[in-house]
Design a protein around this ligand. Structure first.
Ligand code: DX5
Ligand code: ZN
Length: 224
């Protein structure tokens, strides 16, 4: 039986004790580290770049799932791969030549993901699913942690899951933004495979236990 993955978003971690936060995730039941890269152009916020990702790679004992919220991501794919990214996700809205960009990611040996902003419909991915290892459905507007979940992400995930089944594709569905124990079950039932959670994990009283609880939520029918 395949179960869903949990990817804590390190943006919500305490950066004054980053090693401690990484150790917590390393010993927890989490599957990936979700790493948010923001450039102040694609989104109205700046986080950090490949130099810091390189340090994170040294601290992480689990794959780095790198979410590029940047314009012209094709210019930096090789750098992020070198820094240690295992999954590289670019935004649909930032890629006029998405097919080429996804191929570029796969050529580096990383898994290739596409992220959709809340206003971008899933049907736009119909002709590119085969080239896509993962689709990240944004359930907040990208740029900041700790925002309120946008409910419309649920029907989007359902629709996307249908497309994936119809095409017999292997693409994973990841959901990012405002995810926590309160909505995880609904998201998994809709078809999500990877839950990204920042504040709901790191701001909780016992992050390790929150991760365990997110992992324990019942697997949807698809996986049985
Ligand atoms: C938002 C980022 C998310 C964010 C999630 O732009 O892509 O990964 O860190 O944070 P929470 O879970 O707090 O909404
Ligand atoms: Zn993210």
């Amino acid at each position: 039986m395949k179960t869903h993955l949990v990817a804590p978003s390190v943006l919500a971690a305490d950066f004054t004790h980053l090693q401690k936060e990484f150790d917590l995730v390393n010993r927890s039941r989490a599957d990936w580290f979700h790493v948010d890269i923001m450039d102040g152009r694609f989104v109205p916020n700046i986080s950090f770049g490949m130099f810091i990702v390189g340090f994170m790679k040294k601290m992480a004992q689990k794959p780095l799932d790198v979410h590029l919220m940047i314009v012209e991501p094709e210019k930096y794919i090789e750098d992020f791969r070198q820094a240690g990214a295992d999954v590289i996700t670019v935004h649909y809205e930032a890629c006029p030549h998405l097919h080429r960009t996804l191929q570029q990611i796969r050529e580096t040996g990383a898994k290739a993901g596409v992220a959709l902003n809340p206003a971008t419909p899933v049907h736009l991915l119909e002709d590119i699913l085969e080239e896509t290892d993962l689709v990240l459905v944004m359930s907040v507007n990208p740029g900041f942690g700790g925002q309120k979940f946008i409910y419309h992400a649920i029907p989007k995930i359902r629709k996307l899951k249908q497309m994936i089944i119809e095409q017999n594709a292997k693409t994973l569905i990841e959901v990012d933004g405002g995810v926590g124990l309160q909505n995880a079950e609904k998201l998994l039932q809709a078809g999500a495979d990877v839950l990204v959670a920042g504040s709901s994990i790191f701001k909780s009283e016992n992050p390790e236990e929150t991760i365990a609880r997110l992992k324990e939520i019942g697997a949807p029918a698809y996986y049985v």
